[in-house]
Each structure stands twice: as C-alpha cells, then as structure tokens.
Design a protein around this ligand. Structure first.
Ligand SMILES: C[S@@+](CC[C@H](N)C(=O)[O-])C[C@H]1O[C@@H](n2cnc3c(N)ncnc32)[C@H](O)[C@@H]1O
Length: 407
C-alpha cells in the first residue's frame, strides 16, 4: 500500500497534541511554523512547551487526555509516554474522522510525520517507510544540494529591486543562508572591499560585478554614486545585491542606501550579517561578555578623533565603562583614543586585544594594555581592518578559536 502525500495548510485550524514530552515539543514547533491553532493536553510539559503556553502561542490543558478533546480538530498527535493513552487517542481520532499521528506506533497511525526540510520557499518532505533515520538522511542530502546549487531550483521570476546583504566579517562560511541565496539569484552584485571576496569568485559569468570600493570619487561622492548605481540597476529591472562586510546596519551605511532606494520608489530588502564587532573577537578567543567578568559591551566607531568637534561619541561615558569596549575603525586614532579613555578613568593596565583581518587566513591577534597599545600597534605594524577590544574579557585568554569549516 503506498502513501498519499499531501501538504496540510493548517493556519488557524485546530490541532490537538496529546503529551508534553520531547516528541510532543518537536511536533508543536512544526505546527506553530504552520500557524496551526495548537491545543496541548498533558499533566506535565517540557520547559519549551511551558514557555510557549506562557507566551500565549499554544493553549495548554494541564490534565490527562479525556474523550472529546479532539472535538473540532483537523489533525491530532498522540505523543504521550503511555501506549494505552496513545491508542485511546488514535481510536477517538478514527471515530471522529480526524487524521492522527501516533508517535509510538506507525502501523496504527492514520498519518505519518515526514522528515521536513526547507529551502527558499520549497518544502522537502521525505517519508522513509517507517525508517526515520533514512528519511532524515535523504532530506538532508536534498536540502544540502538545493543550498549548494547542485540540485537546481529555478525561481519564479525575481522581482527587481535591491537587497542589502551582510556578507559577514571575511570568512565566506560566515554569510547567512539567506544572504547566500540572494547572491545566487543576483543579476548585479555591488560589493565593498570588506565583503568576503571568496564569495565573489563563485558568481556566474552572467552576473555583473561592481567593485564599489573602486568607484572614482571622494568618499561622500562615492556613497552618492553607489546609491545611484543601486537605484538605476533596479529601475532597469535587475535584482541587485549590495554585498557588504559584516552587517549592513553596523557602521555600514546600509540605511543610507535603503533610504535612497525608498526615495526612488525601489524595493529594498535587508539580510542582516554577522558583524565583525562580535565575530572577530569570538574567533580570536575573546568573548565580548562573560559571566562574572563583563555584563556590558559597547561598540564604538573610532574613525573620528575624540577631540574632533564632529565626534558624536560620549568619550567621558565610554571612559567610565567597566565592561567591554569594542572599537571599529580605530587604528588611525588609537593613541588619542587610548589616552582619552585613560583620562576619563579607564585603568591604564586594562587588557586590550587588537585583532587584524579577523576570520581570514591572515588573522593576527596581539594582546597588550591600554597604556601601550598605540606603541605596540606601531611596532608590530598592525593595520586595518582591525577590531580593538578593551576590557577584562581579553585577559581570559583562551587563544584563537578554530573557525567552523566552510560549506
Ligand atoms: C566600515 S566598518 C564596517 C563594519 C561592518 N559593517 C561589520 O558589521 O562588521 C569597517 C571596520 O570593521 C572592522 N572590520 C571589518 N571586518 C573586519 C575583519 N575581518 N577583521 C577585523 N576588523 C574588521 C574594522 O574595524 C573596519 O575598520
């Protein structure tokens, strides 16, 4: 007998889950993803189910199953640890004409739960003839191939517009799945010099690549030029990916580009990225917070000297900080910044880490103190791009952490 596959649209429809253990929790997650109206019956529940109930996302009836609980249900899940209860639920479901997945007895179930994976609007559901491990393995393989592109999933025509993609701090494996998908769909990619260059090598020959770091204007003009470029490509009907280093909204001028698109009536989506502010220290073995050591982390741009009248940073407040300070774009004015911090009360012996070219094969970390950091940077010839971390977390010193291998 073969199965008849069907995809249920459960949004707003009542689904009754009997049981509050691990299996039930997992089913509830999937049902909530489908926007089902979940009622869960069980005297006890996992912490996760309790949290969902507290948040009003499911209705939890804290009692044993009772006949009649399936009234009005479109679908039921019998997932208690008591086989007799599961059988009773399945029998009630059968009588009421409600499909029921009985977690502990596939043969008795009127419905089976497949292994599910998703990719860019596609749902992959695999049933492995009651071998869940086999089903999961096939599901993983299909989703992986969809993600890497060896199994093509041509999209319906992409809507023209711009998508601001955070490429992460440099290691190409640190872009998000959504960001990577956008790159794969791009007609035009406008990339910054800090965007992971390895990702650009993967673009097809038909994709127009614009190196925005080489636009021949002064800095402010360059930004205007980039805005115009994004808008004009989108208005010409193209799907434009604006690829930036780290996160587009963290010192990335992403919002300026978004506003320029909005002003021109061009659709602009945002795909956040992994910011160098946190990822670079993490992979250099510096946690920006650590229980009992630092309960605060402040990220500051050091591209303007502290005594510059145009500076918007409250250096006095930053100097009073006792937690972690993460400085970006701070290499040029590091001597003035360190002096200012000490002047406003930060200890001269505070530990400092300078991490250059973080997450790439060139990554280099130097640990020192606030008193001498500028001299050390000079002597060691350290250069941008670099993250400077100030605070006791630096002294924890676990050493560099292996980056997760690339896809
Ligand atoms: C214009 S900001 C862009 C920040 C970016 N939007 C982000 O979220 O990571 C550029 C600064 O980010 C820091 N940075 C970016 N990538 C880095 C990396 N791989 N290693 C060290 N610092 C990096 C440096 O301080 C650099 O001067």
């Amino acid at each position: 007998m073969s199965l008849y596959p069907v995809a249920l649209r459960l949004a707003g429809r009542r689904v009754v889950v009997i049981g509050g253990g691990r299996v039930a929790s997992r089913r509830v997650s999937g049902l909530l993803d489908a926007d089902a109206d979940v009622v869960l019956v069980s005297p006890t529940v996992t912490t996760m189910v309790q949290a969902l109930s507290d948040a009003g996302r499911i209705k939890w009836l804290p009692r044993p199953y009772a006949e009649g609980d399936l009234a009005g249900a479109w679908y039921a899940v019998a997932a208690t640890e008591d086989a007799a209860v599961n059988i009773a639920v399945a029998e009630d479901a059968e009588r009421s004409g409600v499909f029921c997945a009985q977690a502990d007895d596939g043969l008795a179930s009127s419905a089976w739960t497949p292994a599910v994976g998703r990719y860019d609007g596609i749902t992959v559901a695999v049933s492995g003839d009651r071998d869940p491990g086999r089903a999961a393995s096939v599901r993983d393989d299909v989703v992986h191939r969809l993600q890497e592109g060896s199994l093509p999933a041509p999209r319906r025509r992409k809507e023209p517009g711009v998508v601001l993609v955070g490429g992460g701090p440099g290691d190409p494996g640190l872009i998000t799945v959504r960001g990577w998908q956008a790159l794969r769909d791009a007609d035009v990619v406008v990339a910054d010099h800090l965007a992971p260059q390895a990702l650009l090598d993967e673009l097809g020959p038909e994709v127009e690549l614009v190196d925005a770091s080489k636009l021949p204007y002064r800095r402010s003009m360059a930004q205007e030029g980039i805005n115009e470029l994004l808008v004009s490509h989108a208005q010409a009907g193209r799907y434009v990916v604006r690829l930036k280093g780290g996160d587009p909204m963290v010192f990335g001028r992403g919002y300026e580009e978004l506003l320029a698109c909005a002003a021109a009536g061009v659709r602009c989506d945002v795909v956040p990225g992994v910011s160098s502010a946190f990822a670079v220290p993490a992979l250099a073995g510096v946690p920006v917070t650590h229980r009992g050591v630092s309960q605060e982390v402040v990220v500051v741009s050091g591209h303007v000297r502290p005594d510059d009248p145009t500076s918007k940073v409250d250096w006095e407040a930053v100097g009073r900080l006792r937690g972690t300070l993460v400085l970006l774009m701070a290499m040029t004015h590091l001597a003035a910044i360190a002096e200012t911090l000490v002047g406003f009360g930060r200890g001269a012996d505070t530990a400092v880490a300078v991490i250059c070219d973080g997450t790439t094969s060139e990554q280099r970390t130097v640990r020192t103190t606030l008193a001498v950091v500028a001299a050390v940077v000079r002597e060691e010839g350290l250069r941008s791009p670099a993250i400077v971390v100030v605070g006791d977390v630096v002294a924890l010193g676990a050493g560099p952490v292996e980056a997760i291998p690339d896809r």
